[in-house]
Design a protein around this ligand. Structure first.
Ligand SMILES: *[C@@H]1O[C@H](CO)[C@@H](O)[C@H](O)[C@H]1NC(C)=O
Ligand SMILES: *[C@@H]1O[C@H](CO)[C@@H](O)[C@H](O)[C@H]1NC(C)=O
Ligand SMILES: *[C@@H]1O[C@H](CO)[C@@H](O)[C@H](O)[C@H]1NC(C)=O
Ligand SMILES: *[C@@H]1O[C@H](CO)[C@@H](O)[C@H](O)[C@H]1NC(C)=O
Length: 178
């Protein structure tokens, strides 16, 4: 009987871990929309300021929306000089999604060097995946709402109840065999 208990505990633990991991995955992957255009003379730091207010993580994506223009991924030197010297990735379909699939800096410029010099360029720093312990920020609500405790208790109870319903016949069968 002891070994059956041990197997059951392992099984429940593995299921619970996989459930926890999939809920963490679902929490990441934010899409940031970028209105991609030449900034006015007054706002040449437009994209710098836009990026300062955001936090980008691996798994997020940027969606560039633009007309009659292009978006090109470049390196740091090319970004600061608005001069493309390497063959790089780019698109000009007007609606371009870039997946931020690694941590570190990403540099984007308009394929038109004049647009780039006028400030149509974006540099971002992508942070590693969310640490597992960090829970997503809870929106602060003024209205009395169901407490977050009760909803998270519900979330963790349902799978466990479900799992024990699944497992009890297995234990019964194994117990009968032993
Ligand atoms: C620059 O912005 C200010 C305030 O936003 C505005 O009053 C001014 O007309 C703008 N100047 C130009 C050249 O666009
Ligand atoms: C598109 O861009 C090209 C080159 O910058 C320019 O000659 C053309 O007039 C633009 N077309 C529109 C519809 O803005
Ligand atoms: C871009 O950089 C390369 C390498 O430094 C240089 O030879 C070229 O003249 C530059 N092009 C422009 C348009 O500045
Ligand atoms: C751009 O593409 C996304 C899907 O990748 C779509 O949801 C969105 O509606 C598109 N926007 C435009 C303006 O076509």
């Amino acid at each position: 009987m002891a070994s059956i208990k041990f197997i059951t505990i392992c099984f429940v633990t593995a299921l619970f871990i996989s459930l926890t991991i999939s809920s963490v995955d679902a929490a990441s992957g934010e899409e940031f929309k970028v209105g991609w255009r030449q900034p006015g003379v007054n706002e040449t730091d437009l994209y710098h300021h836009w990026a300062l207010k955001k936090k980008f993580h691996v798994g997020d994506s940027l969606r560039f929306e633009y007309k009659n223009d292009s978006v090109i991924v470049v390196d740091k030197w090319e970004f600061y000089h608005c001069n493309r010297t390497h063959p790089t990735w780019g698109a000009k379909d007007g609606n371009t999604t870039v997946n931020l699939n690694r941590a570190g800096p990403f540099y984007f410029v308009s394929g038109d060097p004049e647009h780039c010099k006028n400030g149509q360029r974006l540099a971002i720093e992508v942070l590693p995946l969310y640490p597992i312990s960090q829970s997503p920020p809870q929106p602060i609500s003024m209205a009395p709402a169901p407490s977050p405790l009760s909803s998270s208790a519900l979330v963790s109870t349902i799978p466990l109840t479900f799992i024990s319903v699944l497992i009890s016949p297995i234990v019964a069968v194994l117990g009968g065999l032993a």
